[in-house]
Ligand binder design. Structure first.
Ligand SMILES: [Zn+2]
Ligand SMILES: [Zn+2]
Length: 163
């Protein structure tokens, strides 16, 4: 599937939830027109790459020593619908970085999140994802703000997808 089937790059907000246009946010990274200057930018662009099925980008930004044989084909087998990204914290100390986030998705009418503290290292001027520590997170309460940042209550928004 071509990225352009998934997004109109000129007028669409970036999937990473930055509220910026995709063409001004994560697209320059996906097109190799820019390199992420901070671990959080790389993390966001990797989430956008999952949404837009840019699997090559996910492999090239994953440090080779930590791939453990992961391939684009394996990534392409997943068939989840991504709902939204919440970046909870990010920090950077010289060539190491950490970003904690929740990436919400729905699969088989079941909503869940990858809740992870991701680690990144900088090599030759580029940040790479190395590994992450995953945690469990409960679903939001029905009256909480929706995970997709729509501004609606969860029960009136993405919770409806579960039916
Ligand atoms: Zn973005
Ligand atoms: Zn929602």
């Amino acid at each position: 599937m071509n990225k352009n089937d998934l997004i109109n790059t000129k007028s669409t907000l970036c999937p990473c939830g930055s509220k910026q246009l995709y063409s001004k946010c994560c697209e320059p990274y996906h097109l190799s027109h820019a390199v992420a200057e901070r671990p959080e930018h790389l993390m966001r662009s990797r989430y956008s790459a999952f949404v837009l099925r840019q699997f090559h980008y996910l492999i090239t930004t994953h440090h080779a020593d930590y791939l453990h044989g992961l391939t684009e084909q394996q990534l392409a087998q997943g068939d989840v619908q991504w709902l939204g990204l919440q970046v909870l914290s990010s920090k950077q100390e010289s060539d190491h970085g950490e970003v904690t986030f929740k990436a919400w998705f729905i699969e088989d009418k079941h909503i869940d999140a990858i809740y992870e503290c991701s680690s990144f290292i900088k090599q030759d001027g580029c940040w790479f994802y190395t590994h992450g520590q995953q945690m469990q997170t409960p679903l939001p309460s029905r009256n909480d703000a929706c995970i997709c940042s729509s501004g609606k209550k969860f029960k009136l928004c993405c919770a409806k997808l579960m039916r």
